[in-house]
Each structure stands twice: as structure tokens, then as C-alpha cells.
Design a binder for this molecule. Sequence first.
Ligand SMILES: Nc1ncnc2c1ncn2[C@@H]1O[C@H](COP(=O)(O)OP(=O)(O)OP(=O)(O)O)[C@@H](O)[C@H]1O
Length: 309
Amino acid sequence: MSLHNVTHRYQGKKALDRVSFVVEKGALHGFVGPNGAGKTTSLKLVCTLLQPQAGRVRVFGEDVVDNIRKVRTMIGFMPDHFSTYRQMTVNEYLDFFAAAYGLPPVRRTEVIEQVLSLVDMNHRQNDLISGLSRGMQQRVGLARVLVNDPELLLLDEPASGLDPRARIELMDILRALRSMGKTIFISSHILSELAELCDAVTIIDRGEIRFSGRIGDLLTNPQNRHTLRFEFAPGSADMRESLAQIEGVVSADKSGEGAGYRVEFDPARLDANQLVVRVASLGVPLVSFSEDRRQLNEAFMDLTTAGVR
Ligand SMILES: Nc1ncnc2c1ncn2[C@@H]1O[C@H](COP(=O)(O)OP(=O)(O)OP(=O)(O)O)[C@@H](O)[C@H]1O
């Protein structure tokens, strides 16, 4: 799936400004941004509910305007607000959507069994949707998106309003769907919620893309490329001076409350392996060392602007 130079205005007001990014086939790709950033607008363009005013949107190579019917067979869109069919049972609800996709009655029964088993809701088939918890309703919403066996799932804030357990269970279902070969594009306000789950992430703010790529690349701070973090055993003596005296070390600062240090070094005089060997031979037990990576929240705050749009 890809957006190329997409601009979208509502009554003259720009909601998306030359937005371009790619979601690889088979990936679980996160879409993160604060309120009003343009996430729902982008999702609506991909799922053909809105037409691009400028730029191109493609789903597995098919243009959403030129090949709208084909695109619709390939996608499943779960909006952020659950539909109003609350007085239907789970079974009636799914049967309704399966019929809308043109599945004959016998096939519908089969498909409903399959999608409910994927989201582990077979035992609630005859319950009214209004009587289900938010987490269960989300599962039914996901089952609904799966009835036409789409290749691309577009999920708008599926985890909002879920308790931590329901969130974790939802993430497990999404991982299972990815392993079945589905491409999943999922939006959220919260970067850390998606970081564990996703292969890649796109960050949008005020209608502009701020980052699109692997989460690891987002966390590697280019300014800190030559910095390692060391954690010594709790209760160790202050190590700043010993660290600073290692040849090639530019600075050594405390990091956090415990015995953690950020050590910046000059790559022309010392490489990371040599630094680790020197630090380990200081005679103070070393608990861990790692590349200094920016915290997710820090990265997100750097890339987005304060205040609601
Ligand atoms: N139908 C509409 N008419 C006018 N303006 C709209 C409409 N839909 C969205 N907007 C505006 O477009 C901008 C982007 O909105 P969008 O819903 O795409 O953001 P979002 O990232 O999904 O936000 P949220 O996280 O709050 O759902 C916002 O400024 C919003 O007010």
C-alpha cells in the first residue's frame, strides 16, 4: 500500500499535505500521530471512502480511483467508532456483512465460524452486541473485517478504550493475522503501544509525515551514534572519573537513578568493542551495556508539535 504526494483539504483547510509513505506487503505497520494529525483521513483515502484530491493512493499496485472495485475486495476497514448495529446478535451482524459481500448462505455459516474462531468468540455467537464488553466488541469488529478475507487490514485505533489485558489479547490476534500473511496498517495515538507489535511505523503530525520506517531507525539518535550506555552493579562507587580516563572517551555522565552511565567516545580513537572491553576490565561488576537509544516518548515528542490541532 502506498500514498504518493497526497494532499487533502476539508473546506479549504489542509488535513494532509503532500503525504507519501509505503506499507510493505505482509508487514504490521503502525500509524501514529496526535489528535487531528490526519490519520483517519489517510485511512479513509486508502479504503476508498474519500477520493484523493491530489496525489496517488495504491493498494498492492492498484490505484484506488482507477480500480476502486478491485481495491475494495482487497481491504478490510475497521473504523474507530463501532457501528450502530448493537441490537443484532454477533451472528446476525456478521451474516449481514457476509451477505453484503455476496457470500451465499452456506458459505456464510462457514466463514462466520472461521472468523469467530480467529478472534476466539465462537461461544458468544448468539449474544447481542450491546451486551458485549468493549474488548469483545472490538473482536467482533475485527471478525467483521475478516469476512471477505482481505489482504490488507486497515484498523483505526483498535486498542482505544481497551483495558491492558484486552489490548495484549488484541495484539496477539494481530500477530496471528500477520503470520497468516495479512498486511496490517494500524493507527494509534500512542507510539509505545505499537512499538512492540509493529515492524515499521509512520509518524504523522499536522498533516505531514515526520518519519516512516523501521522502529529501530526511529530510536537510533544520529547525534548519539557514538554513545554507549553502561549499567554497573547496584551500589557501585561513582564511575564517572574512571570512565572519563579511558583513552578515547569524550564524556561520561550518569544516566538515571541507579548505576547507569552514558559514555560518549571518539570513534577515531576507539571503537565500541574496545570500549566495552576497557569498561569491563575496570574491576567493577558490569550488569549490562547497550547502544544508547532514544526512548520512544522522547522520539515522538521530538517529531510532533505541542497542542491539539
Ligand atoms: N469531515 C471533516 N470536515 C472538516 N474537517 C475535518 C473533517 N474530518 C477531519 N477534519 C479535520 O482534518 C484534520 C485531520 O483529521 P483526522 O480525523 O484525519 O485526524 P486524526 O489523526 O484521525 O485525529 P484523531 O486522532 O483525533 O482521530 C483535523 O484538523 C480535523 O479537524
